[in-house]
Design a protein around this ligand. Structure first.
Ligand SMILES: Cc1cc2nc3c(=O)[nH]c(=O)nc-3n(C[C@H](O)[C@H](O)[C@H](O)COP(=O)(O)O)c2cc1C
Length: 360
C-alpha cells in the first residue's frame, strides 16, 4: 500500500500490525456492536448543501473551545492504555496534539501521569478525564494531580456506571500486562486477573448530578460532562453547572442500542440553547464527519480511535499524520461548502439524505 492517505488507511494498517489480542480492545464495541456501526452509518444519512461563488481565498480551520484557541474543531478524546500500542503511549499522542495545536483529553486509565505528559509536550493544552472510583480519596488525589500538572478542564465520563459487555475482549481473552503502569488506578486494582471487566467493582456506580458540582468545586476547573445522549440530561448538565457537554456513547462500547451520536446531537443542541459548548464524539474518521457535526450544532468534535490508529502505525508521527489529514479534510470541505471558518457552517449546509424511491 502507498503511504496512508486517509484515516481508513491508518485503520487497515493498524489492524495488520497490532496483536489481535490487543486490537480487539481498541476496535470493539458492546453487545452486537449496533451502536458502534450506527455511529458511522449516521454520517451517511446526511448530505451537504454546498454553496458556490463565495470567496474562500482565506480560510481558517481554527476555532475556540472553552476559551482556548485550537487549530481545528477536532480534539483528542480520552483513550485508555496507550502504551499497549506504542512504548511512548500518551506522551507520543500528546506531542502530536501539541504540534497540531489541538487539545488532548487524558484518560483516568492513562499509562503516563499528567505531569509526565505535560513535561513531554510543552505547550499542550491538557484536559483530564475523570472516572470516579469507590475510593473517594484516590479520586480527589487524581484530580489534585491533574490540577498540579496544569490540566485546564476536567471531563467527567458519565456513561459508565458499569462497564458494557464487550464480547470481542472476552472471546480473545484480552488481558492487561501486570507491568502496565496505571498511575491513577493501579493502587486499587491490585494483582490477578487483569481485564477491563474485572475493574468494574472499583468504580462507583453511584455517581449523581450532585457529584458534578462537588468535583467542579474541588478543582475550580471547568467540568464537562461526557456521555450525554438526551435533551433531559443536557438540561440537567446545564442546571448543575457543567461548562460543556460531550454527546458520546463511548464509541459504542457501553449501551448497545444507544443512538448514534450524530442522531442524538440535534436534541441536545436544542436543549442547551447555546448556554455551553456542545462537543460530539463517535465514529469520526473524516473531516466531512466533523463538518456534518458542526452543521447540526456541535461546537467541536473529538476523536477516540482515529488518533490511536496513527499511534499504532507509527507512534507520534502517525498521530501527527492522522490529525493533519483530518485538518486538511476540514479545510478542503470548508472551501467546497463555501465557508471560510468553522463557525460559518450551519444547518443550511446539510440536509437529510433521502432513500432512493424508483417511483418518484
Ligand atoms: C480503546 C478505547 C478506550 C477508551 N477509553 C476511554 C477512557 O478511558 N475514558 C473515557 O472517557 N472514554 C474512553 N473511551 C471512549 C472515547 O473517549 C470516545 O468516546 C470514543 O472512542 C469515540 O468514538 P470513536 O472511537 O469512534 O472516535 C475509549 C474508547 C476506546 C475505543
Amino acid at each position: 500500500m502507498t503511504d496512508p492517505l486517509s484515516v481508513h488507511d491508518f485503520e487497515r494498517l493498524a489492524a495488520e500490525r497490532v496483536d489481535p489480542q490487543i486490537w480487539c480492545y481498541f476496535e470493539g464495541g458492546a453487545g452486537d456492536e449496533w451502536t458502534l456501526r450506527e455511529n458511522r452509518a449516521a454520517y451517511e444519512r446526511w448530505r451537504f448543501r454546498p454553496r458556490v461563488l463565495v470567496d474562500v481565498g482565506e480560510i481558517t480551520t481554527a476555532t475556540t473551545v472553552l476559551g482556548t484557541e485550537v487549530s481545528m474543531p477536532f480534539l483528542v478524546a480520552p483513550i485508555a492504555y496507550q502504551r499497549l500500542l506504542d512504548p511512548e503511549g500518551e506522551r507520543a499522542t500528546a506531542r502530536a496534539a501539541a504540534a497540531a495545536g489541538t487539545i488532548m483529553c487524558v484518560s483516568t486509565f492513562t499509562t503516563c501521569t499528567h505531569a509526565e505528559i505535560a513535561a513531554a509536550a510543552p505547550g499542550l493544552v491538557q484536559w483530564a478525564q475523570l472516572y470516579v472510583l469507590r475510593d473517594d480519596g484516590l479520586t480527589l488525589w487524581h484530580l489534585d494531580e491533574a490540577v498540579a500538572a496544569g490540566c485546564t478542564a476536567v471531563v467527567l465520563t458519565v456513561d459508565t456506571p458499569v462497564l458494557g459487555r464487550r464480547e470481542r475482549d472476552l472471546r480473545m481473552e484480552f488481558e492487561l500486562p501486570q507491568e502496565l503502569p496505571l498511575p491513577y488506578v493501579r493502587e486499587v486494582l491490585g494483582e490477578g486477573n487483569d481485564t477491563p471487566a474485572s475493574h468494574t467493582p472499583f468504580f462507583s456506580p453511584s455517581v449523581t448530578w450532585r457529584d458534578v458540582e462537588r468535583f467542579a468545586t474541588h478543582t475550580n476547573l471547568p467540568m464537562l460532562v461526557k456521555g450525554i445522549a438526551t435533551r433531559e440530561d443536557a438540561l440537567l448538565a446545564c442546571e448543575h453547572g457543567a461548562a460543556g457537554v460531550v454527546v458520546s456513547n463511548h464509541g459504542g462500547r457501553q449501551l448497545d442500542g444507544a443512538p448514534a451520536t450524530l442522531d442524538a446531537l440535534p436534541e441536545v443542541v436544542e436543549a442547551v440553547e447555546g448556554r455551553v459548548p456542545v462537543l460530539l464524539d463517535g465514529g469520526i474518521r473524516r473531516g466531512a464527519d466533523v463538518l456534518k457535526a458542526l452543521a447540526l450544532g456541535a461546537t467541536a468534535t473529538m476523536g477516540g480511535r482515529a488518533p490511536t490508529f496513527g499511534l499504532a502505525v507509527s507512534g507520534e508521527q502517525g498521530v501527527r499524520d492522522v490529525l493533519e489529514l483530518i485538518r486538511l479534510e476540514i479545510e478542503t470541505g470548508l472551501a467546497l461548502l463555501g465557508c471560510t471558518r468553522p463557525a460559518e457552517v450551519g444547518r443550511s449546509h446539510i440536509s437529510r439524505s433521502v432513500a432512493y424511491d424508483p417511483r418518484a
